[in-house]
Design a protein around this ligand. Structure first.
Ligand code: DGP
Length: 112
């Protein structure tokens, strides 16, 4: 997608503070951190929501979750973390490229 900020980050056209990259995913620091540690994991392939998952993309997301589990301690998240995927307008999805927020580095509240 030409106008997608995260596709531009994947292509290196916009700089980002990367903490992990392989051939199918990228993890980098969120530019507007909500918690002491706030990372974003994106698939390199552009798609917007889980409604667009096929078998291949679902398998990729499974590997991405596995990677988070393996690398979270190295990112300073050994005490725990929260994963959030905002989907669509009412959830506040502002970038139309699927991304997993990885939040932590401090105690997180959970209330309405
Ligand atoms: P969401 O609201 O769920 O769509 O989250 C989008 C996140 O992306 C938001 O927390 C801010 C972050 N973000 C937007 N533009 C950039 C950027 O250019 N670089 C980085 N590192 N993060 C960005």
């Amino acid at each position: 997608m030409e106008d997608c900020i995260f596709c531009k980050i994947v292509k290196g056209e916009i700089p980002s503070a990367k903490v992990y990259e392989d051939d199918e995913i990228l993890v980098f620091k969120d530019i507007e951190p909500l918690t002491k540690i706030h990372l974003l994991l994106i698939p390199k392939e552009h798609f917007k929501t889980v409604a667009e998952l096929d078998g291949k993309r679902a398998a990729l997301l499974g590997r991405a979750l596995q990677k988070i589990g393996a690398l979270a301690p190295a990112w300073g998240l050994e005490k725990g973390y929260r994963l959030v995927i905002n989907q669509g307008e009412e959830a506040g999805q502002s970038v139309p490229h699927l991304h997993i927020h990885i939040l932590g580095g401090e105690p997180l509240r959970w209330e309405k």
